[in-house]
Design a protein around this ligand. Structure first.
Ligand code: NI
Length: 193
């Protein structure tokens, strides 16, 4: 099947505020779209997540894969359709970035452990127990489905938004940028990678 890297909507594009609708039909066209969504996520270095509305398709679909990160508990490649957080606990602040906000990263508080119910790309019900970085990535991508960016969830308005200098040059090389989420331990300095 022909694959394409899709165009990413970039802040302040107002379409990023749109709420996405549940997927109701599971067919080849959906599989093709999910393959292209994943391809788009992987097109940037360190791409760990993407949501359908970021490419202008307002349906509740996310793809997350944090397995490229060393020593992080993960489920590998995850396609979540119509995801819902079923249970949650703990609270941790971490640094997040977003393909739709290529020039900044910011500190955001998220649930540390979650149980997510979702359909897979074939429409089968799944449940995932996850924590830490992977849980953060899923919560970030789920926010996109409700029209929210990490900018809407900064720990506070002052001192928690950072220009992304390190990636500026890469952004030139790779149009569309990439999703990047860096977990920040509360007691340590922020880490950029
Ligand atoms: Ni994002």
């Amino acid at each position: 099947m022909a694959m394409a890297v899709l165009e990413i909507l970039v802040y302040p594009d107002q379409r990023l505020k749109q709420k996405s609708k549940p997927v109701e039909v599971f067919n080849d066209s959906l599989l093709q779209f999910i393959a292209e969504l994943e391809e788009t996520m992987r097109a940037g270095p360190g791409g760990v997540g993407i949501a359908a509305p970021q490419v202008g398709r307002f349906e509740r679909i996310i793809v997350v894969d944090v397995s490229c990160k060393p020593k992080i508990k993960n489920h590998g490649r995850l396609v979540m359709v119509n995801p819902e957080i079923f249970a949650k606990e703990g609270n941790v602040v971490g640094r997040e970035g977003c393909m739709s906000v290529p020039d900044f990263t910011g500190n955001v508080a998220r649930w540390d452990r979650i149980v997510v119910n979702a359909l897979d790309e074939f429409g089968n019900q799944q449940a995932y127990v996850m924590e830490g970085y992977e849980a953060r990535a899923v919560q970030h991508e789920m926010d996109h489905l409700d029209g929210l960016l990490f900018l809407d969830r900064l720990v506070s308005r002052r001192g928690n938004l950072f220009p992304r200098k390190v990636y500026k040059n890469l952004q030139v090389l790779i149009p569309g940028g990439h999703e990047k989420i860096t977990t920040l331990s509360r007691s340590r300095k922020s880490k950029t990678n």
